[in-house]
Design a protein around this ligand. Sequence first.
Ligand code: AMP
Length: 562
Amino acid sequence: MSAPLLGQMMDVPLTLSSLIAHAARHHGSAQIVSRRIEGDIHRYTYRECEARSKQLAQALIALGVAPGERVGTLAWNGYRHLEAYFGVTGFGAVCHTINPRLFPEQVAWIVNHADDRYVLFDITFAALVDTLAPQCPNVRGWIALCDESHLPAMRTQVLCYETLLAAQDGNYAWPELDERSASNLCYTSGTTGNPKGALYTHRSAVLHAYAGSLPDALGLSARDAILPVVPMFHVNAWGIPHAAPLTGTKLVLPGKDLDGKSLFELMEAEGVTVSAGVPTVWLGLLAYMRGAGVRFSTLDRTVVGGSACPPAMLRTFEDDYGVQVIHAWGMTEMSPLGTLSRLNWEQSKRPREAQQALLEKQGRVIFGVDMKIVGEGGQELPWDGVTFGDLHVRGPWVIDRYFRQESGSPLVEGWFPTGDVATIDPDGFLHITDRSKDVIKSGGEWISSIDLENIAVAHPAIAEAACIACAHPRWTERPLIVAVKKPGAAVTREELLAFFDGKVAKWWLPDDAVFVDDLPHTATGKLQKLKLREQFRSYVLPTALAVEGCPFDSTQDVAKHD
Ligand code: AMP
């Protein structure tokens, strides 16, 4: 067999330093604006960001950090955190963003598992660092992201970020790295068991940034200003800190204040055109805007993902405020972008209701990701928009194996099983119906908890709702709605249950509804259904009591829906 004819183009590796180098050289004066922990607004350019990232790289090298070693961050969205994104990875070390909202024991476990050499932290996390330091003996130093005048009083001896940078001249050339070397490390939130690490490569992160910038993804350009509300400690803020320098987009970083008023004021002051975040954040923003009677003057579109965007929220953004919602689905193991709800030419000519039905789904994949749904036997299921299956994905920014779990690949025949249950319609639009462990199995059929939650929050008196499975002697499981009312709103259990009539198949109708003051959330803002199920473990549905004989006699035959 003759050797393949190799192409004759430059073999320039895809590295993260090339993103900030490009932005500094070709979008040098584009702005990065940060609301600082210190309280003020900080403003500088990509040119200055690269210069300081180089100083950080020099400082870490001087501290003895070697390529491949991990440097942790415990920080909000801000310019110093951004410098870590490029300064740490630029010389081959790995930027390990840690979620500070996890329990301290979990954070310590993650720091030790990642074997972080240094940890950069925002001064708001000083107390957390004091708790962590004795539990993390392998960390050589904790670096406070501030200047000397803002160093907090702490038990732990810490280094000062600005002092470290000031000792370096920034005269540093980014080294050429192997594009397959590790660049970033993020841990899954680990709602069950220990968190697992996803170790990205320079190549996967750059390809992900390219795809994430495309018109049918975030559609970023040098004319945009983007405010990522999604934290830089959650899957690299969905790749925005990489995509923004790639496209020369103005970057607005909101710091720690993510309440509706703070976000709204920053968006208005900085002319933000695009934003991105989880539904809970947008709940706060919309509630503030409604109360204050204010409107966006520049916001054009917002990406909603991380958990399902309720159609009611989508409607409010679009109908009341003229802001386009892009519903996105992804996960830590996918860097995270997988699908986005953008219509094609033909779909955008369909009647408005048909367009809306599509846009409520999680959308179609971007180039780089392939997906399929499979049945229990692993057979591929049809894209008919009705058949539920386990969602599997693959692509160059999808995980191959977890960090430091070298044995035991998570893949099934080369595909990554996401743990999500979904339908795919003939348009190729994905609709996530559940996490596989949250699906409600009634009479051998599956009921989508997300679909029922979306209906509940469409009720004008409901602020938030979760739908969980409750044990049932006849059907095995039946849906229970656990809802939080809007402040001052009144609705009865019967009224809420009646609200579902005609909106879903009869056998999907929830068996009961209860009201609570608040719902448990994970550190990334998702409903913590495991905890909720534990809370309601002994809850007996009225429909279960109505079953003749012993309500929980497991010897009874389980009924099947017609
Ligand atoms: P994480 O790795 O923390 O980003 O969580 C990923 C998981 O969040 C996915 O596997 C889904 O279960 C869920 N998720 C993310 N985006 C969406 C969405 N738009 N709709 C429904 N679930 C979502």
